[in-house]
Design a protein around this ligand. Structure first.
Ligand code: SAM
Ligand code: FES
Length: 347
């Protein structure tokens, strides 16, 4: 182990500052991994405590006008059965999630033109009657659409930058621009959303320097939530032969993010559990404090096929709630009964 890397970690635990070179040095040194995960776990405990926030995820449409090269529900994939939930189905799943005790409903989907901001605003207003938080994860919209959805009651928005490497982003996301992604994140902040972003780890031609830039970007925009997942190649996409991301590399990027942004919300992502059967629990012990159980019912789960091996596709929402609750209790953590907004800094 590079002694220097231990010192870097010790300093960062106090200062929450790392340079680009220091992040690269930590990412390149796998002998430091356990120390890094333990440091992130201590920072998590100190700043956001031992409660885990559960967010109920509804995957409400897999229809998408985009063609991101890595994504299984990209427009060009003819092998996926497409679906779009009705307003009634979405509200039914949301109501059941509320009854299960979830305090946040996350509406995630492809960029599906059917769901205009007006239609979504109606759905959000209905869900908000239950005194829960609403998170949206529906991609790039016009400024006025973000405004309308915020006014309808949406609290948070997840929009991963995917990679801050502009050239790589524009190669992997045809007809999309890095500048527009930044404009969206800026709009979300201005309208008062809690802003979530994040990146994929293990994209083709992604470097350690570029991953370091991603983490520094999250700190620069003072993100409220960061979701980090390994890229998992999907055989129905142009990146089917790519190598894909490594579980521990993704975990390291997540842990470094926790150290630099001590009080934010960080999910233990589904993609992590796909690569490691205990992935979400390991993530919860390496800096994460959020889990997003799927509450979509029936066959839709399997059609929302971003990547192969996605967990829980044959489970019911009840199975998922019981499973994750048991796992969280088994590591001595508790499930939050609060809405789970970003904690105020205490340091
Ligand atoms: N359309 C919305 C958007 O683009 O933000 C939300 C849905 S999109 C499918 C959600 C996330 O899935 C993306 O931000 C991306 O990081 C992730 N994702 C897509 N394909 C993936 C893959 N092959 N492996 C891992 N994660 C993937
Ligand atoms: Fe649209 Fe993935 S390409 S959600």
């Amino acid at each position: 182990m590079l002694k220097q890397n231990l010192e870097i970690l010790e300093n960062a635990e106090q200062s929450h500052i790392l340079t680009r070179e220091e992040i690269v040095s930590l990412l390149a040194d796998d002998t430091i991994n356990q120390d890094l995960f333990d440091t992130a776990d201590r920072v998590r405990h100190k700043y956001v405590g031992d409660e885990v926030h559960l967010r109920a995820l509804i995957e409400f449409t897999n229809i998408c006008k985009r063609n991101c090269l890595y994504c299984g529900i990209r427009k060009g994939n003819k092998n996926v059965q497409r679906y779009r939930l009705s307003k009634e189905q979405i509200l039914d799943f949301a109501q059941k999630a509320v009854n299960y005790g979830y305090k946040t409903i996350v509406l995630q989907g492809g960029e599906d033109a059917f769901f205009t901001a007006e239609i979504l605003a109606d759905i959000i207003r209905e869900i908000k009657k239950n005194n829960v938080a609403v998170t949206l994860s529906i991609g790039e919209l016009e400024t006025k659409e973000y405004e309308l959805l915020k006014n309808a009651g949406a609290d948070r928005f997840l929009l991963r930058i995917e990679t801050t490497d502009k050239r790589l982003y524009e190669e992997l996301d045809p007809y999309m621009s890095h500048e527009n992604r930044l404009r969206c994140l800026d709009d979300l902040r201005r309208f008062g959303y809690e802003v979530g972003s994040g990146c994929l780890v293990g994209l083709p031609n992604q470097t350690l320097e570029s991953l370091a830039d991603d983490v520094l970007f999250f700190q620069k925009i003072d993100a409220d939530m960061i979701g980090i997942g390994p890229f998992i190649p999907n055989e129905d996409t142009p990146l089917k032969d790519a190598k894909g991301g490594d579980f521990y590399q993704a975990l390291k990027v997540m842990a470094i993010t926790r150290i630099l942004l001590p009080n934010i919300n960080i999910p233990a992502t589904t993609a992590m559990e796909t690569l490691n059967k205990n992935g979400r629990i390991i993530a919860l012990q390496s800096g994460a404090n959020v889990v997003m159980p799927n509450v979509t019912e029936g066959e839709y789960r399997q059609f929302y096929a971003l990547y192969p091996g996605k967990i829980c596709i044959n489970d019911t929402p009840e199975d998922c709630k019981n499973c994750i609750s048991g796992k969280i209790a088994s590591i001595g953590r508790t499930i939050s009964t609060e809405l789970g907004f970003r904690q105020k800094m205490i340091d």
